[in-house]
Ligand binder design. Structure first.
Ligand code: FAD
Length: 401
């Protein structure tokens, strides 16, 4: 193996772009292959978690994200300042506030950083074979990953049971802002102007095509309101298809982001999970050290497994049948207990992640916010009078002797 491997990243979504930045920061020659010639304008994530923000700020991306977020916030119908997110539609979490930022805006920030760092991004190139001439290939090619299929990764889980819609529309009629559960499902409106989210719990979508008529019919059915959609700017469907690759590495082929795990968007966790995969993998891959690279799976697989479980639980809790509604009410009461609130908040925000580093100190394996690791190197800090070594991803590897 050379001092630094060559890496091909497949997919210029948020995870592929961040991974490419991470690799370039470590001096790795990185090429990103993306089948689309342009970034799609389909609405997906609209926020990043406070922890993801801290991690990107550690790399010096704070000002660019703040500027993009500020610009987008100007177009909001209402401003969810200080929102810490929700669990199954229960806005009772506390902890780090979410940062308003559309996935497209984040991708623009990451792509411009990747260009600054000298990453080669080749658009209009669809990968159909893994013989790419690199030391490592990383599939960041989304939930229907070709790399995952070509690499022979097992991808097991549960089939979809619901149809979700997310769209930006022009609307006539009275639709209340925020999240609402009804006997027919869930509807949400805002905070982005015209953004509608719907869930119907009667099986997966028959088709991925969303028309103005089908969206309006579903909205009227779920909300029970006399509303009319006059124009659809963008629309997509989603489901609770829940699957995870058994391992994230098979030889020289690795997976990150949605290619490694898919689940419903309840609690807004998917993008954060993938970005944190990239931050975990980049510096390890750059070393070419096989044993260290294997810790990518051992550290990140359990984190995603927990997200898969909590998103499935949220699907069950938000179903409209009478028994599920009672269960939802009971969980709502439990979330008023400080200990339950703290536990669920930390789980959804990923702030309780602690990696097994082989050091028994209770802070070993925890993330340290507020560090400047923009050079991609680890550092040493003093914690409680003891020297702590911090990895390039901001997690403490070791404290004391
Ligand atoms: C409706 C909706 C709402 C969501 N809301 C949230 C939210 O609120 N919060 C949150 O955290 N997450 C949310 N998510 C999840 C989030 O959007 C995904 O987790 C995120 O996009 C994953 O990023 P990725 O880079 O792994 O994959 P993707 O974004 O899917 O990017 C994969 C890229 O690979 C490219 N590609 C695919 N195949 C090939 C190939 N063979 N060759 C070359 N290129 C290829 C694709 O064109 C694409 O650009 C939402 C998702 C949806 C659908």
């Amino acid at each position: 193996m050379k001092a630094s491997p060559d890496v091909t990243v497949v997919g210029a979504g948020p995870v592929g772009l961040l991974l490419a930045c991470e690799l370039a920061l470590q001096g790795v020659r990185t090429t990103v292959l993306e089948r689309l010639t342009e970034r799609p304008d389909t609405i997906k994530a609209q926020m990043i978690s406070g922890r993801t923000y801290q991690m990107l700020a550690m790399r010096g991306l704070g000002p660019a994200i703040d500027a993009a977020s500020e610009q987008e916030s100007a177009g909001l119908s209402w401003r969810p300042t200080g929102s810490t997110g929700h669990f199954a539609g229960l806005f009772k979490l506390d902890g780090l506030p979410l940062v308003m930022l559309s996935q497209q805006a984040l991708e623009r920030v990451l792509e411009s950083r990747a260009a600054e760092l000298g990453v080669e991004i080749r658009r209009g190139v669809e990968v159909v074979d893994l013989d790419l001439g690199a030391d490592f290939v990383v599939g960041c090619d989304g939930g229907r990953s070709t790399v995952r299929a070509l690499g022979g990764f097992e991808f097991t889980g549960t089939d979809p049971t619901l149809t979700g819609y997310q769209a930006v529309v022009d609307l006539d009629g009275d639709l209340p802002f925020g999240w609402h559960r009804t006997p027919a499902g869930v509807h949400a409106f805002g905070p982005l102007k015209g953004r509608v989210m719907l869930i119907e719990y009667d099986g997966p979508p028959a088709t991925r095509d969303v028309t103005r008529e089908s969206l309006e019919t579903a909205l009227r059915r779920v909300s029970g309101r006399d509303v009319r959609i006059t124009h659809v700017h963008t629309a997509t469907t989603w489901t609770d298809n829940t699957r995870q690759a058994y391992t994230y590495r098979r030889g020289d082929v690795l997976l990150a982001g949605d290619a490694a795990h898919v689940h419903s968007p309840f609690g807004g966790q998917g993008l954060n999970l993938g970005l944190q995969d990239a931050l975990n993998l980049g510096w390890k891959l750059a070393t070419g050290d096989s044993a260290l690279i294997d810790t990518y799976t051992s550290e990140r697989h359990p984190v995603a497994d927990r997200v898969l479980r909590n998103t499935m639980a949220q699907v069950a809790l938000t179903r409209p049948d009478p028994q599920s509604r009672k269960l939802h009410a009971l969980v709502s009461d439990l979330l008023d207990l400080p200990e339950a609130k703290a536990r669920i908040s930390a789980m959804i925000q990923g702030t309780d992640i602690r990696y097994e580093t082989g050091c028994s100190h209770p802070l070993a394996g925890k993330f340290v916010p507020g560090l400047d690791l923009s050079d991609g190197k680890g550092t040493s800090i003093v914690v409680g009078g003891e020297e702590a070594l911090v990895r390039p991803d901001g997690y403490i590897s070791h404290i004391g002797e």
